[in-house]
Design a protein around this ligand. Structure first.
Ligand SMILES: *[C@@H]1O[C@H](CO)[C@@H](O)[C@H](O)[C@H]1NC(C)=O
Ligand SMILES: *[C@@H]1O[C@H](CO)[C@@H](O)[C@H](O)[C@H]1NC(C)=O
Ligand SMILES: *[C@@H]1O[C@H](CO)[C@@H](O)[C@H](O)[C@H]1NC(C)=O
Ligand SMILES: *[C@@H]1O[C@H](CO)[C@@H](O)[C@H](O)[C@H]1NC(C)=O
Ligand SMILES: *[C@@H]1O[C@H](CO)[C@@H](O)[C@H](O)[C@H]1NC(C)=O
Length: 301
């Protein structure tokens, strides 16, 4: 019996591990993703030096995304800018609103997650989405911080994308800036890989995708595999249920047979006869091997 029980437990365990609900919940929106990445970027700031960028870790479910955090005094940002922070060139004259004494610039590189969170119907990304968002640096363990509004009062910020896919002949690459609500706004690419901005947000280089296989195909593939996972786990679950049912029935039968054997043995030895009620009266009964005792009056018409 111990073996059977552990077998059942093991089957149940395998089934639970199979269920897709086991995976952690991914952020549902750009906004939720920003909040999560702020949290993870801030974790990299353990006794940080002002003006040095620190790379953060992302949760295992979001592998492919890179984050970093840079803590600055507000005055230093305005007077000196940041010559190079990853792909961002921040000129002098950038001010934040509302004013904070120190701020953290959170950098995001969404890598292969770009299309998932910043897909643009009719366009294909040629470079990953990069984000630059400013937050209050007063409390480095704070979460769900509001994004500060940063604005270039002089020259704009420049974004120098590093791995831009080549543009197909006859098509023109565009810079796209997504505001905090995710609304896109297009501008021209400079020097093949540069975009500029006067404020915070997310940036990418895209091309009108009529030249590419429609991205919906990839989407469909993903959806299909999702459907297959669900169908697979439901079928797997049903199969396991049926197996379990058989197991339970088998165990039940085994138990009954054992009981019966015991009873037969007991009857043969002639001790501890089980009493069964037959009609109104009690009579000794030894099942199967003997004919059932019946009351004579039952035969009387
Ligand atoms: C991005 O790539 C990583 C592995 O490099 C993978 O685990 C992850 O699922 C990918 N993300 C998407 C949205 O495809
Ligand atoms: C893409 O380009 C084609 C032709 O150049 C144009 O007809 C179409 O409207 C464009 N699509 C988008 C989404 O801009
Ligand atoms: C920044 O955070 C500190 C401490 O949490 C708070 O006192 C201050 O009001 C915040 N500043 C802004 C502009 O939110
Ligand atoms: C910083 O934020 C954390 C998390 O919200 C909070 O528990 C803590 O009290 C805050 N510290 C200060 C000094 O405001
Ligand atoms: C988008 O860009 C155009 C000019 O390129 C500008 O007129 C418009 O105000 C911008 N939209 C937003 C929401 O900033």
């Amino acid at each position: 019996m111990g073996l059977l029980r552990s077998l059942v437990m093991m089957l149940l365990l395998i089934w639970f591990l199979w269920l897709p609900g086991h995976r952690a919940q991914l952020p549902n929106s750009e906004h939720e993703l920003d909040a999560l990445l702020q949290n993870y970027a801030y974790k990299a700031l353990v006794r940080p030096k002002t003006g040095l960028p620190y790379d953060g870790d992302v949760p295992p479910d979001l592998i492919g995304i890179k984050v970093a955090a840079l803590r600055l005094r507000s005055g230093s940002l305005r007077r000196k800018g940041v010559p190079m922070y990853k792909e961002f060139e921040i000129p002098v004259g950038v001010i934040e609103r509302p004013y904070v004494e120190r701020l953290v610039l959170v950098y995001q590189n969404l890598g292969n997650w770009s299309e998932r969170y910043y897909s643009l119907a009719g366009y294909t990304h040629l470079a990953p989405v990069l984000g630059l968002l400013a937050y209050n640096a007063s409390n480095l363990s704070a979460t769900n911080l509001p994004v500060l509004d940063i604005r270039a009062s002089g020259d704009p910020l420049t974004i120098k994308f590093s791995d831009v896919k080549s543009v197909p002949d006859g098509f023109v690459a565009m810079c796209v800036w997504f505001d905090l609500q995710g609304n896109p706004n297009f501008s021209n690419v400079a020097s093949g890989n540069e975009c500029s901005t006067i404020q915070q947000g997310h940036f990418a280089i895209v091309v009108n995708s009529t030249a590419f296989p429609p991205p919906s195909r990839e989407h469909g593939k993903k959806n299909k595999s999702k459907v297959w996972i669900i169908v697979g786990s439901v079928l797997g679950g049903l199969l396991l249920l049926v197996l379990l049912l058989f197991l339970v029935l088998w165990v039940h039968k085994l138990k009954e047979r054992k009981k019966m054997q015991q009873m037969e043995r007991a009857a043969d030895v002639g001790e501890a006869l089980q009493m069964t009620s037959v009609g109104e009266t009690k009579a000794p009964a030894a099942m199967v091997t003997r004919t059932q005792p019946t009351l004579e009056n039952e035969y009387v018409p």
